[in-house]
Design a protein around this ligand. Sequence first.
Ligand code: ADP
Ligand code: MG
Length: 359
Amino acid sequence: MIRFEKVSKRYRGTSKPALSDVEFDVQRGEFVFLVGASGSGKSSCLRLILREDTASDGRVVVLGRDVRGLSTRKVPYFRRHIGSVFQDFRLLPNKTVFQNVAFSLQVIGSSRAFIQQSVPEALALVGLAGKEKRLPHELSGGEQQRVAIARAIVNRPQILLADEPTGNLDPGTSIDIMQLLARINAGGTTVVMATHEAGFVDQMQRRVIELSGGVVVRDERHGGYGDTSGLPVLTPETVKGAAATAALTAVLELQKQIASSGDTGPVEPLPEPVEPPAPQPDAVLPPVAVVRDAPVASESVRAEEQTSDAGAPSSEPDTGTRGIPITPADIDLTDIDGLGAADRLGLGRRDDDEVGPTA
Ligand code: ADP
Ligand code: MG
């Protein structure tokens, strides 16, 4: 799903490469921690995956595409398959929680009906049901990050990238966010999270790729993160591979049932707030809210996207899956200048040339 082949990155005006011969392969459905000290190259890796930057040497293959081969106009479509969250949340300060999440659907031309259904589902998934009308400054840091996560996943990306998402949060809140990411991962989304925070990584017991000076020095399937003996233990270790696998299996089963029954109605939201894990080994994660039309594990682009992107003539507004079209003209762009959202989401140009996974 994400493959680095001898990737090096040299920034202009620097003598030492930020990344040297980095190689790893992330499979669909994996949860991967990218760890290392500040300056070790974590953000550089994420930027290469998102094609915000290109490698100096080597190949970065994402969703079956050598991202270097993507033309500039295809990049926004490619990025629709990738959600991203950052340390500083990057919410629109004058928009409500609902509007912040809806925004990323509006800019890609989703229908109002689709937005009205998908946004509450995403907010329920992150435990923010009932807070739709709040403004970002009326939320805690952890809640703001949940909004950012809801925004990143509302379009059901195949990959979620998180760059130090807990960097501005206290330890307890950080654990909540990590468990939320684990739950999103259990729903089938591939998650790559960059962090320098050791304690959380140990507790999650997931794959760890460690960078040091731009070189991969460790790639462990269920590794911890160095010596954490000096760190306080925050919660019992609970998110085990077996539990996540069980949750994923249950989710996929439910998705199949929904797909075969044709039932596209709303699903049960997650309990809110997110419960702290029960202190028992191999505790099964709470069920993941199944998002309507969520992809069953498959490398193909969702039919919805093929309809909305590949099929729609560029002269017509994209109606999303169903219902009333919202054109980019409906959206007030003044808020998003500087956030990079317009570019990331392909706003401002309709293009019938969908970029999707090919393998
Ligand atoms: P991390 O996210 O692990 O802190 P980064 O990927 O941000 O690391 O940075 C890796 C190295 O690349 C650092 O030495 C940093 O100074 C350098 N670097 C990152 N971005 C740029 C840039 N745009 N121009 C020049 N050097 C950069
Ligand atoms: Mg960084």
